[in-house]
Ligand binder design. Structure first.
Ligand code: ADP
Ligand code: MG
Length: 702
């Protein structure tokens, strides 16, 4: 199959068992029934299983598939799959191709090797996967292997969620339920369902594979643990939106084709701010489908990069000193009859539904800002939040001129007007007049209103969008529940709603900040406003298990206390393991590559000093250089010893939180010291002796 000569419309969704395929291949009644389930209007009917499974199997086999798999998202944040072939041997020594309804509905992977945070002991191996019919089944080609993929939820034998999808689906239900109550109370009689939507912009770095292979740190940890800054970074501001390099453009083209086949609507692509950094954005979908699609996008980016002799780095901070990568989560809520609940319209001040939704989001974000912060806490993001372009670790909301004005009016009582944008004339008669938005944008805000949606920018580039999105859905659902309680009881809904908006606008104004989030003034101002600022991962994860947070997840039936606790523990454990790998990798590189190279160079210098002095010529300069190098070798060696001691100390601690704190307080400072000395050595050692590809090579050569 040569995709080159096919049109995009032919390619798009070609490998997806989507609505049109279902309509074509399923008996009418079965199609109608499953469609109702997908749209949330009825429970999944087990009686349909075998008919649907059979249709899927025939379709997949026509596409060349030999296997099927339940595709799920364990707490590692990655995806998992176990393939089974369709073959079913017959008594006459031949085989049939079979796929039963039970196999579609339920899988039973051995769950013992996935993180469970103590929800199960290792010997309790049983876990279940269950088909999620709201995210379409697809066929994926990996090399010569073609497999039918069944998006699935994953739970333990006792029914506790062990994945990212289950709470996400539950949070969508919660949001639907509470938002519908609010809409009804406000007089909406047409909508039947509210879904949360997500468009996840994905940032990534691409470097040449040959450099990657020579760096144990990239191979082991996905980020550079050493590396002096290149003489040139991103200060020329010439990479953002710059012309695509041909090799990169070809890579992007192939990524798009692969994603389109899988029904992922890859739409936007461009150079990002840092050299060698890029972005991919799809058209938005429901948060569930968008989360699956984002997982596929990360996988395809990495696979296709390999084919082009690139490596795609998804770590949040692969290079110190230039921007890190995030995943901007554009989020909104919309009804089945097409109303975007965060669309302000032309005159937002008299758009009651919009104002109620907006104020509910504001209250949720302020009330649960620590949970939102924790939902993006991982070891990579620790280096990104607060550095360079990244949003700081302080959660605040950007609303822009128009909405801030309305919120200020509300705080005083009533909103009676909306500032308008007008028209922008460029003063050249051949250029069109541009309708001007009523608000500028703000790239520095961690949670920004962008016209008809919010953009949560703290999410890390390697993370599943599932975590942050189920947190956001849950906290907004919970505030909407309060709002609905109040409105349903109201004698005069309009008066009650207005009072409520006024109250929220007053109580939560502290979370709104339209200025530059990257300044020290904001950090001070935020402190005055008592907004939490938690830059480190462990500090952030430690805030999760408090009554308020447990209650909100239990009230909205998204996670039980035990499930929330298990998740938090897994995140802390993962952090510790990643830091341990980073520490060991640093020791390995320092002791086996950097120090030997530096020692070799110091020998060259020493011999030089000796030879030159022997013929009675001044060798002071060479001596100076030798002193510098020798001194740095000394400080690097000291740091090695400190780090070894730190790692050992952490290894002897059993309690995971204590271990994490030991890393934070002992090993990480030693890692920073070691890097500092080694990076200084890099700038003082003969280039052809240096064992690692440099920042300049990795960021600028392609
Ligand atoms: P940027 O912020 O970089 O200008 P775009 O305007 O290209 O980004 O849009 C960013 C993302 O927002 C896209 O994935 C787009 O589909 C998504 N988006 C647009 N409307 C909504 C919505 N109602 N809900 C969720 N995502 C949306
Ligand atoms: Mg954006």
């Amino acid at each position: 199959m040569n995709e080159k000569y096919k049109s995009v419309t032919e390619i798009f969704g070609a490998n997806v068992f989507n609505d049109s395929v279902m309509r074509e291949r399923l008996p009418k009644e079965v199609y109608k029934s499953i469609k109702k389930t997908i749209e949330g209007h009825q429970d999944l009917d087990p009686a349909l299983a075998s008919v649907i499974a059979n249709a899927m199997k025939d379709w997949a086999i026509e596409k060349g598939a030999t296997h099927f798999c339940h595709w799920f998202q364990p707490m590692t944040g990655l995806t998992a799959e176990k393939h089974d072939s369709f073959i079913s041997p017959t008594s006459d020594g031949r085989t049939m191709m079979e796929f039963s309804g039970k196999e579609l509905f339920q899988g039973e992977p051995d769950a013992s090797s996935f993180p469970s945070g103590g929800l199960r002991a290792t010997f309790e191996a049983r876990g279940y996967t269950a088909w999620d019919c709201t995210s379409p089944v697809f066929v994926k080609e990996d090399g010569e292997n073609i497999t039918l993929y069944i998006p699935s939820a994953f739970c333990s034998y006792t029914g506790q969620a062990l994945d990212k999808k289950t709470p996400l689906l539950k949070s969508m239900n919660a949001l639907n339920k509470q938002a519908m109550r609010v809409l009804k109370a406000l007089g909406n009689t047409t909508s039947r369902r509210v879904v949360s939507t997500l468009g996840a912009e994905q940032e990534y770095f691409l470097i040449d594979r040959s450099f990657f292979e020579k760096r144990l740190d990239l191979v082991m940890t996905g980020r550079t643990l050493f590396g002096a800054m290149s003489p040139r970074g991103q200060e020329m501001e010439d990479h953002y939106f710059g012309t695509l390099h041909e090799r990169v453009a070809s890579f992007m083209h192939e990524v798009n084709i692969e994603l389109w086949k899988l029904g992922v609507s890859a739409k936007t692509q461009h150079n990002e701010v840092a050299p060698a950094q890029y972005e991919l954005a799809p058209v938005f979908a429901t948060v569930n489908v968008a989360t699956d699609h984002n997982q596929l996008s990360m996988e395809i980016l990495q696979k296709v990069a390999n084919r082009h002799d690139f490596v795609c780095l998804l770590n949040e901070k692969p290079f110190a000193g230039v921007n890190g990568s995030g995943k901007h989560n554009n989020w909104s809520m919309s009804t089945d009859d097409g109303i975007n609940l965060l669309d302000p319209g032309k005159t937002p001040h008299d758009n009651m539904v919009f104002l109620v939704m907006l104020c509910s989001v504001i209250r949720a974000v302020d009330k649960y800002s620590k949970l939102l912060r924790a939902s993006v806490a991982n070891s990579g993001n620790e280096h990104r939040l607060g550095a360079n372009e990244a949003p700081p670790a302080i959660v605040s909301i950007f609303l822009g001129t128009q909405l801030t004005d309305i919120i200020e009016q509300l705080a005083k009582g009533n909103a009676t007007s909306s500032k308008q944008g007008g028209e922008l004339k460029l003063g050249v008669s051949s250029l069109p007049p541009l309708p001007k938005d009523c608000t500028d944008r703000n790239r520095t805000s961690p949670f920004a209103f962008t016209g008809n949606k919010f953009e949560f920018r703290m999410v890390g580039s390697s993370q599943s969008t599932g975590g942050p999105m189920f947190v956001l859905n849950t906290i907004v659902a919970d505030v909407l529940a309060e709002v609905a309680d109040e409105l349903e009881k109201a004698k005069d809904v309009k008066v009650t709603a207005q009072k409520m908006l006024s109250r929220i606008a007053t109580e939560h104004s502290r979370i709104i900040f339209n200025g530059d989030n990257y300044t020290d003034e904001w950090v001070k101002e935020a402190q005055k406003r008592k907004l939490p600022n938690i830059p480190d991962t462990i500090g952030s994860l430690e805030t999760v298990m408090v009554k308020e947070h447990i209650d909100v997840f239990e009230r909205q039936e998204v996670l039980t206390k035990a499930e929330l606790g298990a998740r938090t523990e897994i995140l802390i454990e993962t952090y510790v393991r990643q830091k341990n790998i980073e520490a060991l990798t640093m020791l390995n590189i320092a002791k086996r590559q950097i120090l030997p190279a530096a020692i070799e160079y110091s020998m060259i210098l020493a011999n030089t000093v000796e030879s030159i002095s022997a013929v009675e010529v001044c060798a002071d300069a060479q001596k100076d250089m030798l002193k510098t190098v020798s001194c740095l070798i000394g400080s690097a060696n000291e740091a090695v010893k400190k780090l070894e001691a730190g790692v050992k100390k952490a290894a002897d601690i059993h309690e995971v939180l204590e271990k994490a704190e030991c890393f934070r307080d002992t090993a990480i400072p030693a890692m920073n010291e070691l890097r500092k000395s080694c990076d200084a050595l890099e700038l003082n050692v003969k280039a052809d002796l240096w064992p690692l590809p440099t920042y300049a090579e990795m960021l600028f050569l392609r």
